[in-house]
Design a protein around this ligand. Structure first.
Ligand SMILES: [Zn+2]
Length: 461
């Protein structure tokens, strides 16, 4: 594995007080204490396992909206590609980056030999305007696509205020210090002091918004080889924003809506046979020009998925999972294509889920996903990435108000941003109230006449 280590740039000591005041300016409650941060985010639920953030670098609960510029005049396609990956953080959190050539707040250089680095959170605003705040060493359009996911999204995480996940005490205590100093000295050319600063110094837990376990699959976690670990077990590190990262970013920088089946572009997608419909929930109808063929419109869809997908589930991490038979694919919403390495078998990758022929799946606002097959359903926990104990269970008796025809199986399910879920079966649908946890009165109703432009029966997903 060719590996360029990432360093977090820190301000010179004399600027530290200024940094603290800048952080306070952005967020009056900003102080190096968890309770202060929580106090600034009333109602926020801090999950027990997640990515960390330094409270002193936090942009504030109103979100992050920053302009981005480039210091070395890269071509337009490369600029757009980098900004697309930066905005992957904004799929479900209130984070937006816009390119500008005038006084950009985030300034990206590609200086060779300088490595990958970024300043942390609000420190970005204290850097002189002619200096970079982020370096993407030698990035070009020929750089491997996986590096855009791994490096650009990681460095952008620093800009959002997220330090390295591997700097948490529980991971550092597993590292053999002498071996680490030798390893990073050889592979990165770092001095002993640099290794101590970048890899071996635990984050001050009093300044962290974090509890419990570190997430070794976080995009903010380094890959650490088994050879430098006391227990001989490598730390995998993250290659992309994972579900916990996305969930935590959404907690720190919340959007007004929780994840739904509606994509960030405001549309929902339905599938039947070899076609798909794009539905506009605001206009409450299928967009003009649909249905269209799946083939040719969904980059990276393997041949088997171009007709008859079983389920399409919009996840909270900016991904959509499509299931077909015993396989599934992962679609990246901002990159607008199937991620590399798919399809994969369901078996072995979705602990506790059925290995094939799922009927439908949907993410609920409670951090769970529900999957349906025949007369049964499974509740899947997104944070721990496995089915909850005690499932599958019968639909009948568990979903108040479901008509009997729906308890034997459903075709498709979506969650809208109005607090309602919709379940489809044959030529009918029902509306389910999420807060009241029961089917609304007056259902089922026919699809025909109530979903303008949508197929009238037997939707696949
Ligand atoms: Zn880093």
């Amino acid at each position: 594995m060719s590996h360029i280590g990432c360093t977090i740039k820190t301000l010179p000591q004399e600027s530290q007080d200024l940094a603290a005041s800048k952080a306070v300016e952005f967020n009056p409650a900003n102080a190096p204490a968890l309770h202060a941060l929580k106090a600034s985010m009333p109602g926020a639920v801090i999950q027990p396992q997640h990515l960390t953030a330094l409270t002193t670098k936090y942009w504030g609960a109103k979100g992050v909206k920053l302009t981005v510029g480039f210091l070395d005049n890269p071509p337009a396609d490369l600029r757009a590609r980098i900004i697309t990956h930066m905005n992957a953080w904004g799929s479900w959190s209130n984070v937006q980056f816009f390119e500008t050539s005038v006084d950009p707040q985030v300034r990206i250089a590609r200086t060779a030999g300088s490595g990958y680095w970024s300043y942390l959170g609000t420190d970005v605003l204290l850097i002189p305007p002619d200096e970079a705040t982020m370096n993407l060493d030698s990035f070009t359009m020929n750089t491997a696509d996986s590096e855009f996911y791994r490096v650009v999204r990681h460095e952008t995480g620093h800009t959002l205020g997220f330090p390295h996940e591997h700097m948490r005490q529980e991971i550092i205590s597993r590292i053999d210090q002498d071996k680490a100093i030798a390893y990073f000295g050889t592979t990165q050319g770092w001095s002993k002091q640099q290794v101590i600063d970048q890899v071996l110094t635990p984050l001050d837990s009093s300044a962290l918004l974090a509890t419990a376990e570190a997430d070794i699959h976080s995009i903010m976690c380094y890959w650490l080889p088994a050879s430098i670990m006391k227990d001989g077990v490598a730390v995998d590190g993250g290659a992309d924003i994972d579900a916990l990262d996305a969930q935590f970013a959404g907690t720190l920088y919340p959007r007004s809506v929780s994840p739904t089946s509606i994509w960030p572009n405001g549309k929902a997608y339905f599938f039947k046979g070899a076609q798909y419909d794009r539905y506009d929930p605001k206009a409450d109808k299928v967009d003009p020009g649909y249905p269209k063929p799946i083939q040719g419109n969904w980059p990276g869809f393997p041949a088997g998925f171009e007709a008859g997908v079983n389920a399409a589930v919009v996840w909270g991490n900016g991904k959509v999972y499509f299931f077909k038979g015993s396989q599934y694919i992962r679609y990246d919403i901002v990159a607008d294509k199937v991620d590399a390495g798919y399809p994969k078998p369901i078996k072995g990758n979705w602990p506790g889920l059925w290995a094939d022929k799922i009927d439908a799946g949907v993410v609920w606002p409670n951090g769970k996903a529900y999957f349906f097959k025949g007369s049964k359903y499974i509740r899947y926990d997104i944070a721990t990435d496995k089915a909850d104990a005690g499932y599958p269970r019968a639909i009948q008796g568990s979903w108040p108000g479901f008509p009997s025809s729906f308890t034997t199986g459903i075709n498709a399910a979506v969650v809208w941003d109005n607090g309602k879920a919709y379940f489809f079966k044959g030529s009918e649908y029902i509306r389910y109230d999420i807060a009241n946890n029961k089917t609304d009165a007056g259902y089922p109703k026919p699809i025909k006449g109530n979903w303008p432009g949508l197929w009238e029966k037997n939707i696949d997903a």
